[in-house]
Design a protein around this ligand. Structure first.
Ligand SMILES: Cc1ncc(COP(=O)(O)O)c(C=O)c1O
Length: 355
């Protein structure tokens, strides 16, 4: 049998993963057989996890980092809800979030036995603060906002949501799984330094250019992280906060290596290139008559007839749609202006009437 080869990234336009930075790939290979879930045995990778957390704290404006490198955004979101549930210990707990929240929150609600209350977004796909305020009550444990939504790349009004959360005695969680490595170079208010938020998801294996799996979970207060800890009798470390036991040392080492290499200049360069690509693509689609959502971050959504979408997939373009059917193009670090030109050229060949 022929050896399978991974796909190239040339035609991948809707994924939130990307080609890892060479330093991240190298670090991953070196630390493949290590387990940061057992820090007393695998001490070097445990130290690299501290480095990775220190970088994440710097990126997100957090003074003292408390958290760990997760398997991805899903684990981080589940654990943020679990930490709040354990820490606040409320009856019939609920989580309030805009309907633009990532589907990992449905998993969190299901696994943890917590009610997920999603509320409508405003006309520009951001959390509607009135709707969030109306949905919270004395059983709310978390208000969640997104800093870089999966479908439209929008940033929720994080300071206002934080006030609503805290007025209700709940914790404020920000999901910056995708947006966290581009937002530092924008004017958005999204981080620990912009509002007294309690926890954040930020994934090195997305815009951070680490290998999969490398997500990030951060807490402002040590006590909230500690609400996740369980005793680990047969290990030499006393307790464990992560959801998984054995964890990927490759992910941890690669996250530290990518951030060492790229923060801040490399990430800024990528952001500027990809924001320019997204704005260019937006203009190109508008000029062709497609209803297109203006990119706030490097993500473009546009209405595209089903037949054109299917034909582009048949031509090998790895594209996907939002829940409401729009084509979404995520300008990840591997996306080039040439690949977008080739995509548009294929699109034009399918819809000559528009030209
Ligand atoms: C905003 C957001 N949160 C969470 C996730 C889940 O991350 P993962 O797929 O790494 O579990 C995603 C994935 O795209 C996302 O966009």
């Amino acid at each position: 049998m022929q050896r399978a080869a991974p796909q190239t990234f040339d035609r991948v336009l809707s994924s939130m993963c990307t080609r890892p930075h060479p330093a991240a790939r190298n670090a991953a290979e070196r630390f493949l057989a290590t387990n940061p879930g057992d820090p007393a045995t695998y001490q070097t990778v445990a130290a690299l996890e501290e480095d990775a957390l220190a970088y994440l704290a710097e990126i997100t404006g957090l003074e003292t980092p408390h958290g760990y490198i997760t398997s991805g955004g899903t684990e981080a979101n589940i654990q943020a809800v679990r930490a709040a549930r354990n820490y606040l210990a409320r009856d019939d707990p609920n989580v309030v979030a805009p309907e633009s929240i990532h589907f990992s929150f449905q998993k969190a609600a299901d696994v943890l036995g917590v009610e997920l209350r999603t509320v409508p977004v405003d006309d520009d796909y951001r959390a509607d603060t009135d709707a969030v305020r109306a949905a919270v009550d004395s059983n709310t444990i978390v208000v969640a906002g997104v800093a870089g939504t999966t479908e439209f790349g929008r940033v929720d009004p994080i300071p206002e949501l934080t006030d609503i959360a805290h007025d209700a005695g709940a914790l404020m969680h920000v999901d910056a799984a995708w947006g966290g490595f581009v937002l530092p170079f924008t004017d958005h208010e999204w981080s620990f330094s912009h509002a007294p938020i309690d926890s954040m998801t930020i994934d090195p294996h997305k815009y951070g250019q680490a290998v999969v799996p490398a997500g990030g979970l951060l807490f402002r207060e040590r006590d909230v992280l500690d609400a996740l800890a369980i005793d680990t009798p047969y290990l030499e470390s006393a307790s464990q906060a992560s959801l998984t036991g054995t964890r990927s040392g490759a992910g941890v080492a690669s996250a530290a290596a990518a951030m060492r290499e790229l923060w801040p200049t490399g990430y800024r360069d990528v952001y500027e290139t990809q924001q320019a690509n997204a704005e260019w693509l937006y203009e190109q689609l508008v000029a062709r008559g497609y209803e297109t959502v203006e990119p706030e971050l490097p993500l473009v959504a546009a209405e595209l007839p089903e037949s054109e979408f299917e034909s582009l997939r048949d031509l090998g373009w790895r594209i996907s749609r939002t829940g409401s059917g729009e084509l979404r193009i995520v300008c990840m670090p591997h996306v080039t202006r040439d690949s977008l030109r080739a995509f548009l050229s294929d699109l034009d060949s399918l819809s000559p009437v528009r030209n």
